[in-house]
Design a protein around this ligand. Structure first.
Ligand code: ADP
Length: 275
């Protein structure tokens, strides 16, 4: 859950300020990406954990209202829901993320839901749960020939096994510079799909440009891209078409404020892509 407080200035140490407004909006990279894929028509299941608190109920309801299957989500008895505390002053922001129950999504927990992974056409993971869980999932998918997409956000150096077991790795440019080393580039460069903001996306030696739109708020652009990419690849589109359509899907996200609000339907993407 993102809790966003608008303020005219940021408080200094020990100071209490009156803010101008606040709002709560369901977030989390995984949840956003699941909603993006579902809105396009995907049959999406989510594996994760929420806290036994009001945010947890709200987050579950939001996923269900967006058609995401929540059979792989449990409510932690002891930990809070993952939340981001955002202080927003115009475009300047300061954010504290509390992982809470997300840290309880262990490899054992994911293994308990292996049937969900096993019946999937594609699996998409982010780095907002423990790395060991993602390593386990990637190895499981590799073993069962299930394409595994890693959205390496927030960025951190990736272990060799994870690089090896990922079908595609989808950083933005900033994340790419944090992950990339000469040896990663040499051995795994061809695995990377790097998003370039308004310039589109790069994969191997091709750059697919994004539609030109009036950007209002780029929050959720990357999440829409990842959800869309998973959807189109799972639906059998080849990589070039999937990249083109995912760029098109993500261009909708930047036209509205908030991560999930602007995520498009399949029909909306078709119209912008082909008309
Ligand atoms: P993130 O949101 O993770 O920082 P990017 O900024 O690279 O990632 O954006 C992800 C994708 O969203 C891009 O590859 C592109 O398809 C789309 N996108 C982002 N910004 C714009 C924009 N200004 N105009 C059109 N599409 C955009």
């Amino acid at each position: 859950m993102d809790v966003v407080t608008d303020t005219e200035r940021l408080p200094s140490q020990g100071e209490t300020l009156l803010g101008t407004d606040y709002f709560m909006t369901p977030g989390g990279k995984g949840a956003n990406q699941a909603v993006a894929a579902s809105r396009l028509g995907g049959d999406v299941s989510f594996i994760g954990k929420v806290g036994n608190d009001v945010f947890g109920d709200r987050l579950m309801t939001n996923l269900q209202q967006n058609g995401v299957n929540t059979g792989g989500i449990e409510s932690s008895e002891t930990f809070s829901s993952g939340m981001a505390n955002v202080l927003l002053k115009n475009r300047d922001n300061r954010i504290i993320v509390v992982p809470g129950a997300n840290n309880q999504v262990t490899a054992d927990y994911a293994e308990h839901y292996r049937h969900i992974l096993k019946e999937s056409d594609i699996v998409l993971a982010q780095l907002e749960i423990p790395l060991s869980t993602i390593e386990w999932c990637a190895a499981f998918c590799h073993e069962h020939d299930i394409p595994f997409i890693l959205n390496p956000a927030p960025a951190q150096p990736l272990p060799e096994t994870l690089l090896k077991h990922s079908t595609y790795i989808t950083p933005n440019e900033e994340e790419y510079t944090k992950i990339n080393t000469p040896s990663v580039e040499k051995d795994y460069g061809e695995t990377f799909i790097t998003t370039l903001g308004a310039r589109g996306v790069r994969y191997r030696n091709i750059t697919v440009s994004a539609p030109q739109v009036k950007a209002i708020d780029t929050t959720g652009a990357g999440d829409t891209f990842n959800g869309a990419l998973s959807y189109y690849l799972a639906a059998g589109y080849n990589i070039e078409n999937a990249l083109y359509l995912s760029n098109t899907a993500a261009s909708f996200a930047v036209e509205q404020s908030g991560a999930q609000a602007g995520m498009p339907s399949f029909q909306q993407v078709q119209e912008r892509a082909y008309h």
